[in-house]
Write a protein that binds this ligand. Structure first.
Ligand code: SME
Length: 162
């Protein structure tokens, strides 16, 4: 395992393409899911220079904060509430260009302006986590982020489901 990531490329796509193989190498052979997930959150946050990156885990019918990198965050989110709870309920990726325009958005930090939340599934197709990525810029996320963050989700699912 290398000690630091080197992210190359000018475009977001190029940067994801640089990040993904390094992310796979980072967690290769690690059998402890929390060790692997902690490093994945750090690699995305610092590799891609996002404001906040973390997972919320489905526990007893609510989302509970798991591994994350960034400023302190709310610890529990109810089913269907906020962007994260909405992603869990709808079982699909949610991209929010302006968090202030999203009804029910849960503001953990006033600096967060846009976000993308993706569901993480178990083998039965149930949502077991959501991956939440926040930016301090408006409209920072689009289909490119969805495409490559889905590849990150696949890495997470492999860790959880094998
Ligand atoms: N904004 C999220 C809450 C989590 S924080 O952004 C870290 C939401 O509305 O669900």
């Amino acid at each position: 395992m290398s000690e630091s990531l080197v992210i190359q490329g000018n475009s977001r796509k190029e940067q994801y393409l640089s990040l993904l193989p390094q992310l796979k190498a980072l967690v290769e052979g690690e059998t402890d899911k929390w060790a692997a997930l902690g490093n994945i959150m750090s690699a995305i946050k610092y590799g891609m220079n996002f404001f906040w990156v973390g997972i919320y885990v489905v526990k007893n019918n609510e989302l509970v904060l798991g591994s994350f990198q960034g400023t302190v965050a709310c610890t529990r989110i109810a089913f269907g509430k906020g962007v994260c709870g909405h992603c869990w309920k709808e079982k699909k990726t949610i991209i929010v260009e302006n968090v202030d325009a999203f009804a029910g958005h849960i503001a953990c930090s006033s600096e967060s302006k846009s976000e993308i939340v993706l569901p993480v599934f178990d083998k039965k197709g149930e949502v077991v986590m959501v991956l939440d990525v926040d930016s301090e810029h408006l409209a920072h996320f689009d289909q490119t982020d969805e495409q490559y963050l889905k590849e990150v989700v696949q890495i997470i699912e492999k860790i959880l489901n094998t």
